[in-house]
Design a protein around this ligand. Sequence first.
Ligand SMILES: Cc1ncc(C[n+]2csc(CCO)c2C)c(N)n1
Length: 229
Amino acid sequence: MPMTVPLGREGGLFRALRAGAAREWDAYCWHPFVQGLAEGTLPLAAFRRYLVQDYLFLVQFARAQALAVVKAESLEAMREKGRVVQAILDETKLHLVYCREWGLDEAAVLAEPEAPETVGYTRWVMDQGFRGDILDLEVALAPCTIGYGEVAMRIEAHPGRLRDGNPYENWIVQYASPDYQAVARGAAERLDRLGESHGGAARIASLTRVFAEASRLEADFWQMGLNAS
Ligand SMILES: Cc1ncc(C[n+]2csc(CCO)c2C)c(N)n1
C-alpha cells in the first residue's frame, strides 16, 4: 500500500482521528476501486456508475456543507463555509460536462435515482450535523474532502501507476493538483483548529467513531461503483 505523509499537524485532531480509524481509513483510501484508477484497470462501467452517483452525491454534499454555515463557530467561518457551498454548486455544473465526455448525457444523469449508498452516506452526514455541533459535522465531512487529497497522493506514489493511456488520468490529476491539495490541507488545518477550540481531546472516542463511519461509507461508495461492473 503506497504511503504518504499525512495532512494536519503532529498532535492535531486530524492525525488522531486518522490513526484511531486506521483500518477504515486505509480500506477507503486504498480501496480496489482506487487501485483500479491508479493502474487504469477499473472497468469503465464501474467508473460510469460512480460518476452518475457522484453527481447526486455532490448535490447532497452541498446541503451538508450548507448546514455547516448554520452551525459555524464565527462570522468568518460562516463566510468560508458559504464559499465552500458555492464552489460545490459550481462543481455540479462541471461534473455534468465531465459526465458528457463519458457518454452520459445530462438527462440520463438527472433521471437516475439516488443509490442506497448515496442516500445512506449523505443523509448520515447531515444527521451528524443536526444532532451535534460544528465539530461533529466537520469530522463527518472530513473523510470526503481530506480523503480525496490522500487518495490522489497514494495513487501518485503507487509503483504500478499507469500514466500513458490511463482513462482515469484527468480524474487523478484533478485531485493531485496543487489547487486541490491546498483545499485538503486547509480542511485538515481547520479540523485541528476546531479540535483545540471545541474540546477535541475530551471527545476523541465519539469523534473517532464518527470519522470511522464516514470512512466506511466512503468505501461503500467505491464498492457501489465496482458492483456495477
Ligand atoms: C463520494 C465522494 N466523496 C468525496 C468526493 C470529493 N469531494 C466532494 S465535494 C468536494 C469539495 C470539497 O468539499 C470534494 C473534494 C466526491 N466527489 N465523492
